[in-house]
Design a binder for this molecule. Sequence first.
Ligand code: NCD
Length: 306
Amino acid sequence: MQKIRNLIKTGNLSAEDLMHIVKLGADIAKTPEKYLDICHGKILGSLFFEPSTRTRLSFESAMLRLGGSVVTIPEPNVSSTTKGESLKDTIRTVGSYTDIIAMRHPHEGAGTLAAEVSPVPFINAGDGGHQHPTQTLTDLLTIYTSKGSLENHVIGLCGDLKFGRTVHSLVETMAKFKGNKFIFISPKELQIPDYLRLFLKENNLEYKEVESLDEVISELDILYMTRVQKERFFNEADYIRLKDSYILNMNKMEQAKKDMIVLHPLPRVNEIAEEVDNDPRAKYFNQVKNGMYVRMSLILHMLEER
Ligand code: NCD
């Protein structure tokens, strides 16, 4: 496969490259001991300018499990950016100390800007409401290990499809694998952005947009739940009105296929009732673990330590 210098969005990778990363991630999950120490002497710069638990810790754990080290800033607002330093200068500086950088930033497009000046391989760990490529790799690994393939699935995406960056990344990426169809389930106000609708049309992908989960749950092979992105809302009243639009419970799960899987990038607020956690179709905690394995795979590819 081609060397990945910077990862801004998984939509830029070919199906073949994606499968390489996913399959290596699956192998790491099975035999992690084979990969200890491969990155000995290498340093990951972990820059999170927006709160994060899973993404940040999974990147850092991934590097540590490969035998590498991590440098980081303690909190989003404790760095020279608060002194007025530009993002470009911060990236040049961190890139002088490290071998690879993972960055999350609240602004759409910050990843692209940072990658342009980064002296070392650069990974976008989420830029505003735009893209979240490594969550998509996590989702792919979970779909691949639970369903055996990334093709021919009916994928329901439910909740905040407007601001949910994981949804945008996942749709553009699953579109690369043949036979996938999309059902978007959201209130009118939180429908997919126009650019994504255009993408679906231009690529002749089969999709529909509905407001009711009950109406379509029996058709789905994969149900991808998301939370309403409170921090990207401008209006508190709208948030309160929409936040409980969809709650997945066992009642709804009874209408679903016996082999449908439920994914959620987490954190969940109350979109999935806790009673669903014990259902074998609930895969969101498998996703958490896969997030670390697939980031190990990605780091190995980008550092060419194979
Ligand atoms: C997602 C994110 O940050 O975009 N979480 C994650 O990375 N696992 C989803 C979210 O915040 O709702």
